[in-house]
Design a protein around this ligand. Structure first.
Ligand code: HSE
Length: 432
């Protein structure tokens, strides 16, 4: 074993960074054996140097992250500060000064992954980011390496723990969105400003990364269709239960049937209780992968939290250190397929539409005609007259598979009917 240590610079020492430092210290001997050389924490860049950090030598702490990555003797920079800047500049500076990079930064990878990979290639360095998607769950490496000989057709996952906790609470208790969010906040699952999670920005970034790797093509954050889950109601869960379904916020990346394009989207959807993703409870994450040869695979585990995310970072650190010792680099970006990313209108799926309609002769026929005119075939219809005598009824229509554009056209036309008082909800039905 080499005795000269590999030097690691840690950018950020919050929930994840402090766990990375702790594991590097407590597992130092095992990590050295697995890598073939000791790894040494050579510097820790933080914003608040006065904060006490157990187990970290204060002499290593600096507020000058730029000077740290420019030192020239750093082998690996671990970036766990998040956000676009200064993370992007620090990472590219690290490559230029001879370091490889391990990052957990989903927003940056989703927005600028191609440029970062190009910078890593230019300098012959590694860029690894297992922790950027679904925390501890091994996913990037299985998609990038283990399944590199297969053809992936679909990746469908629950990649945000906060929203899964909220939806699971609504499902199991009948609570409304706000009540479930309040509980998630009180228990520390949701941040004070939960926008990134509940409006699905976080999940969209992860979908972009997964789609790019799965389909060997470039998918940027802007290519991902995104709908948050703040409009999901207790009534939607009751409808889902009637259909033998639950509701999950799903990230879905698909190859088109003709193989010539891909789509990536994040939105709430009904999913049958028999689907493996339906049983993912609480703040857990899971990703269901469908490929030509392997068939169906499911990856499941904790998608957030200090120690679980640090586990993924440490796995990358070991891989990158091994590469450094052997003078090799791991797989870089694979975007040779260069497939176009189709708009949401091209996505084909099933829909559950809940309408408030006038309860009088001919209304059902009128509604059915609108569906027919837009080429959307109805699978089931359920009508409940209201007992309050207001002359209205709830009409629930479940369609066969249709394009999102056809469904949007249908809903637009339905809204124009005098007899349709309102469109209470539209929910996609997946996983059948
Ligand atoms: N807020 C994210 C989640 C953290 O709830 O899954 C991990 O990206």
């Amino acid at each position: 074993m080499r005795t000269r240590p590999l030097k690691v610079a840690l950018l950020g020492c919050g929930v994840v960074g402090s766990e990375v430092a702790r594991i590097m210290t407590t597992h130092a001997d095992d990590l050295a054996q697995r890598i073939g050389a000791p790894v040494e924490l050579a510097g820790v860049a933080v914003r608040r140097p006065s904060k006490v950090r157990d187990g970290i030598d204060p002499a290593l702490v600096t507020t000058d992250a730029t000077a740290l990555v420019k030192r020239g003797d750093i082998d690996v920079v671990v970036e766990v500060i998040g956000g676009i800047e200064p993370a992007r500049t620090l990472i590219t500076t690290a490559f230029a000064h001879g370091a490889s990079v391990v990052s957990a930064n989903k927003a940056l990878l989703a927005q600028d992954g191609a440029a970062l990979h190009a910078a890593a290639d230019e300098h012959g360095k590694d860029l690894y980011y297992e922790a950027a998607v679904a925390g501890a769950i091994p996913l990037i490496r299985p998609l990038r390496e283990s399944l590199a000989g297969d053809k992936i057709n679909r990746v469908m996952g629950i990649v945000n723990g906060t929203t899964n906790f909220i939806l699971d609470k609504m499902d199991s208790t009948g609570a409304g969105y706000q009540e479930a969010l309040d509980e998630a906040t009180a228990l520390g699952y949701a941040e004070a400003d939960p926008t990134a999670d509940v409006e699905a920005f976080d999940a969209a970034a992860k979908a972009a990364i997964l789609a790019g790797i799965a389909f060997h093509t470039r998918v940027r954050l802007d290519d991902v269709y995104r709908e948050g889950m703040t409009e999901v109601t207790a009534a939607d869960f009751a409808s889902a239960k009637n259909m033998g379904c639950t509701i999950k916020l799903l990230a879905i990346c698909e190859r088109a049937a003709d193989g010539g394009s891909v789509t990536a989207r994040v939105h709430p959807a009904m999913i049958p209780l028999t689907h493996p993703l339906a049983s993912v409870r609480g703040a857990y994450n899971a990703v269901f992968v469908e490929s030509d040869a392997a068939g169906q695979l499911m990856f499941y585990g904790p998608g957030a939290g200090g120690a679980p995310t640090a586990s993924a970072v440490l796995g990358d650190l070991v891989a990158v250190c091994r590469n450094r010792l052997s003078g090799a680099t791991g797989p870089g970006e694979s975007a040779y397929a260069a497939l176009p990313v189709s708009p949401m209108g091209d996505v084909v799926t099933r829909y559950h539409i809940s309408l408030d309609v006038a309860d009088k002769p001919g209304v059902l026929a009128q509604v059915a005609t609108v569906f027919a005119e837009h080429g959307v075939s109805i699978d089931t219809v359920r009508q409940h007259g209201r007992q309050d005598g207001d002359g209205e009824a709830s009409l629930v229509v479940v369609t066969h598979r249709a394009s999102d554009a056809s469904l949007s056209g249908t809903v637009e036309a339905l809204r124009k009917l005098d007899t349709v008082r309102g469109v209470a909800s539209i929910m996609r039905v997946e996983g059948e």
